[in-house]
Design a protein around this ligand. Sequence first.
Ligand code: DC
Length: 223
Amino acid sequence: MKKGLLITIDGPAGSGKSTVSRLLAKKLSYLYLDTGALYRAVACQAIRNGVSATDEEGVAELCRRTEIRLRRVDDVLKVFVDAQDVTEKIRTEPVGLLASTLSAMPVVRSSLLTIQRESGKNGGIIAEGRDMGTVVFPDADLKFFLDADIEERARRRYMELVVRGEEMDYQSLKKDLLYRDRQDRERAVAPLRVPEGAVMVDSTQLSIDAVVKAMLAAIPEQR
Ligand code: DC
């Protein structure tokens, strides 16, 4: 039985998707599915095993033998790679960049499809990523596309890293984000696109609370 709506949020890196998705999920008592974490988990495993992004066969083999699982701890889904909790470890910029590169490979995308659809099948979920409303959950009850201009996205990412004590210069961070944007938007399989019928939210000038409020106003049950 469906426990609630299946809501998707797509958008580029730094648009505020994760923060907003987490808050929305909390507000609605829904589960928050962070699909970027799955791609990051594959990237993390590639680094650990010394598999390069140019080694397609190596990456395919890695996907075949790596077990990626999501486990619900309180209201959060934690990511496990071969039974090891990597939820925190995957949150670095190099892992994000490699995740973007690997996510262009069809073998990587298809290896993660079942786990995503399984998590969403009963509804009551906020699914966040790049292809949620276009490929993974085309029949979602409600779709959002969250965007913000590049300066603001880079600024937010920079602040996140500062809070976490990670050193990175603002200009290189912005360059990495632009590179990642291009890679995610221009890949042949499941590129980042605005899903048909999606509610567009530009968060450049909005506080997190204002974004959450705007989104809640678009959810039929919350009006
Ligand atoms: O959201 P994130 O920064 O954690 O995602 C890391 C990378 O994973 C992102 O640059 C592209 C890829 N990704 C994807 O291709 N499809 C998704 N649904 C989620 C993430």
